[in-house]
Design a protein around this ligand. Structure first.
Ligand code: ATP
Length: 306
């Protein structure tokens, strides 16, 4: 009986371990609010490590056959560079990041990471190479430490603190009653959007991916929070190939290339200076946002004076 029991016991242990792994992956997908629709190709091999070059080649995509969302998108981001994607709501900006993370397969064209078509590599290896700082991070019902260390399970206390410092969230954590042991999430302490985003940045710094997707928050932030987040973002995107889904144009000024999406196509592309000089769609968006910012600042100043 013992001979029979032992392997079963080991199996039970292995099952729990695997289940835990699956649960965490599923939890992550649920947290990201994305379905899992793609499967590994039978001959899929792990992504071969490289410097992090990224390319979209005539990428087409539709969620439903009757409505084309991306109608032939091409761009290349050299290793370590930043590409910003701007455009009106519904233009397909987030769809580009979902395709890169391979939540869906393209309906035409190719996406290449370090020269390798992403549908031919294992999803696990692809997702290990890409870090995502989402617009609205949902935290696990666990400690702050767990939520940061999730980026690299097994990270030491020192590594977690170092990442939190770079992400400008360490001082905030130190002011909490239980520091890094403070419970957060729906059933714990609720953090503001900016605080949650900095936790996500710390998590990504620990994960140390070669490609980064930043999905900027649409919500307006106060100037101080905005500055802290900008500093955190600069840390995480330094020397990393970065795709920014930009909602606030202030963050795209420094991008190496900006693409303006409109109706599933690239309407304009270039650096900030080039696009301003072109005086087209981007220049118009820039003018409108600058006016909105100036008005908000004037209103805030009037409130202080009153
Ligand atoms: P925003 O700036 O508002 O975030 P976006 O440019 O990121 O917009 P996407 O989220 O990429 O836009 O969406 C592009 C289009 O695809 C939208 O019209 C949207 O309604 C549609 N869409 C997005 N997700 C799905 C889905 N899962 N199923 C069907 N249509 C979808």
């Amino acid at each position: 009986l013992i001979q029979l029991y032992m392997p079963l016991n080991i199996l039970g242990f292995a099952y729990r371990e695997i289940k835990q792994g699956l649960t965490d992956t599923e939890a992550m997908f649920t947290l990201l609010g994305e379905p899992q629709e793609v499967a590994d190709a039978p001959e899929a091999t792990p992504l071969v490590a490289g410097p992090g070059a990224l390319a979209f080649e005539d990428v087409r995509f539709a969620y439903r056959p009757d409505r084309q969302i991306l109608k032939g998108i091409s761009f290349a981001v050299p290793p370590g560079r930043t590409l910003a994607i701007v455009g009106p709501t519904g233009a397909g900006k987030s769809t580009i990041s979902r395709l890169l993370f391979r939540f869906y397969d393209t309906t035409g064209g190719r996406i290449l990471v370090d020269g390798q078509p992403i549908e031919r590599v294992t999803q696990h290896s692809l997702r290990a190479a890409i870090g995502v700082v989402p617009q609205d991070t949902v935290l696990f019902n666990d400690t702050i430490r767990y939520n940061i260390a999730y980026g690299r399970p097994g990270a030491s206390e020192e590594e977690v603190v170092q990442a939190a410092k770079l992400a400008q969230v360490h001082d905030f954590v130190m002011r909490l009653p239980d520091g890094y042991r403070t419970m957060v999430g729906e059933r714990g302490l609720k953090l503001s959007g900016g605080e949650k985003q900095r936790v996500a940045i710390a998590r990504t710094i620990l994960k140390d991916p070669r490609i980064l997707i930043l999905d900027e928050a649409t919500s307006a932030l106060d100037t101080r929070t905005e500055q802290e987040i900008q500093a955190a973002l600069r840390q995480v995107s330094a020397n990393r190939t970065t795709l920014v889904i930009a909602h606030r144009l202030s963050t795209v000024v420094e991008a190496d290339e900006i693409i303006v999406l409109q109706d599933g196509r690239i309407a304009e592309r270039g650096t900030h200076a080039v696009l301003i000089a072109a005086d087209g769609l981007y220049a118009e968006m820039w003018r409108r946002q600058s006016e909105a910012v100036a008005m908000a600042e004037a209103a805030a100043a009037a409130q202080v004076a009153a």
